[in-house]
Design a protein around this ligand. Structure first.
Ligand code: GLU
Length: 551
């Protein structure tokens, strides 16, 4: 048995989990653990291990990583056992928790949202309790009415178990009531300074003239604003904090502002709208949130919101701010996607070039892939970059076992195999699992088969190659001759092929490109996730078309 590849893989894995330095002893233990019968050859084995470990340790970590991604991507996937420790416990859990996801209905959810949805869901599963979906629709200028339906559907597909749905635009009266209480307490005032004047004063740590008005005067002015009868120029309701707070953004902050136009759910009934910090803080209390996990971009917002909790004497939830994750090669910004859909650049929210949940679902990613990825990446304060390599590896592990294999020849050319016998080709649906059955094709004597021009270009004159699970052929002077049926003892190139009666098939790439080719007949009628051998995993959506998932 050739242990070299196994040793290389074990050494790379050991190096990957130990800052780029593999350890000879650990690699030996791993190999001997798997192959105890080799203990008698331990001396010889140790010499090989030493040599391979030295080679791997000499590589820069970046190079190790690229070899891993290319040859052993499953190393990147953390084992299930390790996974459980990735999500550290939340602080101050005393019994069941109440947590929430709070997306704006500007469009459907995307890959980035799946992180907060799944992490919240995991914690509620761990501790028991409630998981609230709170749709934050207090900015009518940023709403796609269809999103009210798409968001719960996306969550359902992701397997996120929402216990309650709350829509903020149902709660204006609550927000107004709470705002009036704050005005009465003397900690909120209506300001109608020019916005730049107001900002300049705050930067200097100075109060505006409205800050000192009486609660009664402010209540009256606020009532006019919510009734749409204020004659003041652009009134806003402001929450008093510390006018000299070291973080200028925490100094007196705006809680309500006027927005004209219609809201898809409330029409023109309300025009004085709560800002995110106000409605979020009120709802986090009213809904009994025990733990809030949110992005580190909300750190200042948390500070602002805590003022409301303190004014009302409410218990402050336990906050955790996770680092942001940048997702390379992605188009996530809803406004850009929306514009693209409107101008015809994208076919819809589930266009394969997008990273919405709907698009990734259509591509063939599994709900479990999202969950495992986000659990593995953990709940951490540091910013990080999303890894498509790892995401794809996890997905590959999940889909591989159920994916039958087929031959798809892209860029096909028909080639005659002179001297070939009539033969019944039996190709396993899944290598190594005969119980899954075979794809059987009768290939006539001297038949033509299709191969890819890309493969043809790499065959040298005089070279012998194997047409997988068919026979060996020799290529000479631009034509193929049958050589023998049995697999060759020497190592030769193996390429895939398609029988003459194959049909046209198009693979849509994640960049929207189309790869036209031929698909073997038995794959024609069925749909689902398959592996096209030497090509990649495909979500076959119809008889003649499929979407490329990953290699
Ligand atoms: N809707 C806000 C957001 O998605 C609220 C999040 C939060 O308060 O944690 O950014």
């Amino acid at each position: 048995m050739d242990y070299k590849l196994l040793i290389e893989k074990a050494a790379l894995k050991n190096a990957y989990t130990h800052d780029g330095k593999a350890d000879v002893g650990s690699v030996m233990n791993k190999i001997l653990g798997e192959f105890p019968e080799e203990r008698k050859n331990a001396g010889k084995l140790a010499a090989i291990v030493k040599e391979i470990v030295a080679e791997i340790n000499a590589m820069p970590q970046e190079q190790q990583k690229s070899v891993i991604s290319e040859k052993y991507p499953d190393i990147l996937v953390v084992e299930k056992k390790e996974q459980e420790h990735r999500l550290h416990d939340l602080k101050n859990v005393n019994g069941p928790v109440v947590m929430r996801m709070a997306p704006s209905p500007s469009g459907p959810l995307h890959l980035g949202h799946s992180r907060m949805a799944i992490l919240n869901d995991e914690y509620v599963k761990r501790y028991g309790g409630r998981l609230i979906l709170r749709i934050e629709d207090t900015n009518p200028q940023n709403i796609d009415p269809a999103a009210y339906g798409m968001i719960p559907k996306d969550l359902e597909w992701l397997g996120v178990n929402t216990t309650d749905i709350v829509i903020q635009s149902d709660r204006f009266d609550l927000y107004y009531t709470r705002a009036k209480e704050l005005i009465r307490m003397g900690v909120a005032y209506l300001c109608s300074c020019d916005v730049n004047v107001f900002k300049d004063l705050l930067m200097k740590g100075e109060a505006c003239p409205h800050r000192g008005l009486s609660p009664e005067a402010n209540l009256e002015r606020f009532q006019l604003a919510i009734d749409g009868k204020s004659t003041e120029k652009s009134p806003v309701l402001v929450i008093k904090t510390d006018i000299k707070h070291p973080n200028p953004s925490v100094r007196d902050w705006i809680a309500f502002r006027k927005i004209s136009g219609s809201h898809p759910r409330t029409g023109t009934k309300y025009s004085f709208y709560p800002m995110m910090n106000f409605s979020v803080a009120i709802d986090d209390h009213e809904l009994g949130l025990t733990h809030v996990i949110r992005g580190s971009d909300h750190i200042s917002n948390t500070e602002k919101q805590k003022y409301l909790f303190r004014y009302f004497g409410w218990k402050i939830p336990e906050y955790f701010h996770y680092g942001t994750i940048s997702i390379p090669d992605s188009i996530l910004k809803t406004s850009i996607v929306k514009k693209g859909i409107l101008d015809g650049t994208y076919s819809g929210w589930d266009d394969v070039r997008l990273q919405t949940i709907g698009a990734l679902k259509r591509r063939g990613y599994q709900p479990e892939t999202f969950r495992r990825y986000w659990i593995e990446s953990g709940l951490r304060e540091v910013n990080a970059e999303f890894s498509w390599d790892i995401f794809n590896s996890i997905n590959r592990q999940i889909i591989d076992a159920n994916a039958d294999r087929f031959f798809f020849v892209s860029n096909p050319i028909s080639v005659k195999i002179s001297g070939s016998p009539a033969i019944l080709a039996r190709i396993p649906r899944y290598q190594g699992k005969p119980e899954r059955g075979f794809r059987e094709y009768r290939i006539a004597a001297d038949s033509n088969v299709y191969i890819s021009k890309d493969d043809l270009m790499n065959i040298k004159d005089g070279e012998k190659i194997r047409l997988k699970d068919l026979y060996n052929v020799i290529y000479r002077n631009g034509s193929f001759t049958y050589s023998e049926t049995e697999p060759s003892r020497e190592k030769i190139k193996i390429i895939h092929w398609c029988p003459p009666e194959s049909s046209a098939f198009t693979v849509e790439g994640p960049d929207g490109s189309l790869d036209e080719g031929l698909l073997e007949p038995l794959a024609h009628e069925i749909t689902g996730i398959f592996q096209f051998e030497r090509y990649g995993f495909i979500n076959k959506t119809s008889s003649a078309r499929g979407i490329y998932i990953h290699n």
